[in-house]
Design a protein around this ligand. Structure first.
Ligand code: SAH
Length: 273
């Protein structure tokens, strides 16, 4: 049905016009921070918090604290809050997830360098960049074209070359590249999408927020096996809704995330921990 609407984006990172926060981040010198800088201090505190909350996978901690600069994914005005354990607005009414939730979901996928992962909801590309450092190949689908394009540019600039981003409806998954060892949803559906379950390899894991009838959301992990789906329920979370289809072409403006577009957003809380 909507399959024909799906469209691979052909923007080459090296040709991108640098108009988004990551570019601004480079211009303002967001490279290695000195030990006594506020960002380095915030990173240290975040590291302690993640460990205390049960993030034990050292590769996940390294990706979150050393390899992927979260400050390059947030608007310049939010720079000093980049390593707080909070959600931040990324434009189009969407949010970059709280670091703890990103770390927990990544850990639940059980990182390994030969695994292939599908992410639904690229957003600013932060989670995708973390996945890129920990898995062999990552495919990421985003319904907003401008968010997808900005994420492609940002990932290109950061040298993350094993993540491919495309605009599309994540409910359809990506049958051309299935089966996947892991699928991760960064937006909450009200039911487990069967089409995505069908794109899991045997032993593959689907990590996702699931919204219940009363509006509560829980982080879930479903593991595919010959006997069926094995279900595990984790912490309560708060994600933006997973929406059907891609936005009408006419309503999509050619803007990327910047301070002005962020002013119109109301930040959403990503986890009620
Ligand atoms: N992982 C992201 C979080 C983005 S917020 C990050 O690190 O920034 C969730 C994203 O899911 C939003 O960008 C939203 O547009 C997208 N989304 C919601 N429903 C979708 C769908 N059906 N298909 C693809 N993307 C979807």
């Amino acid at each position: 049905m909507l399959g024909h609407l799906r469209k691979w984006l052909s923007i080459r990172p090296d040709r991108a016009v640098e108009t988004d926060p990551a570019a601004a981040g480079q211009a303002r010198g967001s490279g290695p921070s000195t030990l006594d800088s506020p960002l380095a201090q915030a990173k240290l505190e975040l590291g302690m918090l993640l460990r205390l909350q049960g993030i034990t996978n050292s590769a996940v901690l390294r990706a979150m604290l050393d390899l992927v600069p979260r400050e390059d994914f947030v608007a310049p005005s939010m720079l000093d809050r980049a390593y707080e354990n909070i959600t931040l607005p990324i434009g189009r009414g969407q949010t970059i997830s709280q670091p703890y939730v990103v770390a927990l979901m990544t850990q639940l996928l059980e990182p390994r360098g030969d695994k292939r992962i599908l992410e639904i909801g690229t957003g600013c590309g932060y989670q995708a960049a973390i996945l890129g450092h920990l898995f062999g190949q990552v495919y990421s689908i985003e319904r907003h074209k401008d968010l997808a394009e900005a994420a492609i540019r940002r990932l290109g600039r950061l040298g993350v070359d094993n993540v491919s981003v495309q605009q599309g409806d994540g409910f359809l998954g990506l049958s051309a590249a299935a089966p996947f060892d892991g699928i991760i949803l960064s937006a909450a559906p009200r039911e487990v999408p069967v089409s995505l379950v069908n794109q899991l390899a045997e032993g593959g894991r689907l990590v996702m927020p699931l919204e219940l009838e009363n509006g509560d959301q829980y982080l879930m992990r479903f593991t595919s096996s010959k006997a069926g789906l094995f279900e595990e329920r984790f912490t309560e979370v708060r994600f933006v809704p997973m929406l059907q289809g891609i936005p009408d072409k006419n309503t999509v403006q050619a803007t990327v995330i910047d301070d002005d577009s962020l002013k119109m957003d109301s930040p959403k809380v990503d986890s009620s921990l």
